[in-house]
Write a protein that binds this ligand. Structure first.
Ligand code: A3P
Length: 288
């Protein structure tokens, strides 16, 4: 497969060369957003696919056809990926776009428009666990090594896609400059109906009761796990080895508790506090 062993470096962040090239990253940085664009921004494993599915169905008013016939990466393509230009839907009205890039790379382009940004975050302990398991099936990512090694590299910001801390602080510190809606994976878990209704209202796309009912049913973990348009089983084995795990793995809050030793937890806490002490951001998850 193409560039499976290659990595691209972008603003000091290492990214998989299978999905990114210097040219695709340059293109992303200078992209001309339209006022009607909606950008989903996340650090990997924060519930990106969940948000892509929700927004697809908010804009279709609960019509399942796009979610059941078009893969998520074509419905809401990643701005920085090599295939982005081919995939971008050139239609009037909102274009759904996804990114894992840090805010400083996109803020200048975003500020030139009124494009809406939905920033979705997740408890970094669960992100780290999910990312570790994802490395085992994603052949375009390096071997994660032991859980302990991966945890250290994650805390050090030395994994692919860079530091979780910088990503979250970068995007959320620009909440006032951008048209930005902040939501967490934990919010969706706690009350999916309320979260979807809030999102839809913010997007100016309110939902009828029946549409909301369909969205809640379709966006449940069990339903998305079986939907080949979002569970990544369409991706060939050489790129994602499905014998090594499922993309829709557990879909829970607090899975870190089944993974961390007390020592790892203590270290995580310490580095979390150190890295977040310069930030007044309040998060919707518990670290204990
Ligand atoms: P786990 O590995 O903890 O199960 P992303 O799309 O950003 O790569 O995030 C993937 C994570 O979101 C995975 O977490 C996946 O199971 C979870 N996820 C995807 N859809 C979900 C849903 N409908 N409900 C709960 N979790 C979901």
């Amino acid at each position: 497969m193409d560039r499976m062993e290659v990595t691209e470096t972008f603003d000091g962040i290492v990214l998989p060369g299978h999905l990114h090239t210097a040219e695709s990253l340059r293109f992303a940085r200078s992209f001309q957003f339209r006022d009607t664009d909606v950008l989903i921004a996340t650090y990997p494993k924060s519930g990106t696919t969940w948000m892509q599915e929700i927004l697809t169905l908010v804009y279709s008013q609960g019509n399942l056809q796009p979610a059941q016939t078009i893969p998520n990466w074509a419905r809401a393509p990643w701005l920085e990926h090599t295939y982005f230009k081919e995939m971008l839907r050139e239609a009037d009205g909102p274009r759904l776009i996804t990114t894992h890039l840090p805010c400083q790379a996109l803020a200048p382009a975003l500020r030139k428009s009124k494009a809406k940004v939905i920033y979705m975050a997740r408890n970094p302990k669960d992100v780290m666990v999910s990312f570790y398991h994802f490395h085992k099936l994603a052949k375009f990512l390096p071997d994660p090594g032991s859980f302990d090694d991966f945890l250290m590299r994650f805390l050090d910001g030395k994994v692919q896609y860079g530091s979780w801390f910088d990503h979250v602080k970068g995007w959320l510190s620009r909440q006032k400059e951008l048209e930005l809606f902040y939501i967490t994976y934990e919010d969706l878990h706690q009350d999916l109906g309320r979260s979807v209704a809030r999102l839809a209202a913010w997007l100016g796309c309110p939902l009828q009761e029946e549409a909301l009912r369909v969205i809640l049913q379709h966006c449940s973990f069990s339903s998305m796990r079986e939907n080949v348009m979002v569970n990544y089983t369409l991706i060939p084995r050489e790129i994602m080895d499905h014998s090594q795990g499922r993309f829709m793995r557990k879909g829970t809050v607090g899975d870190w508790r089944d993974h961390f030793t007390p020592l790892q937890n203590m270290l995580f806490h310490r580095l979390y506090r150190e890295n977040m002490q310069d930030s007044s951001l309040r998060f919707h998850w518990t670290m204990d």
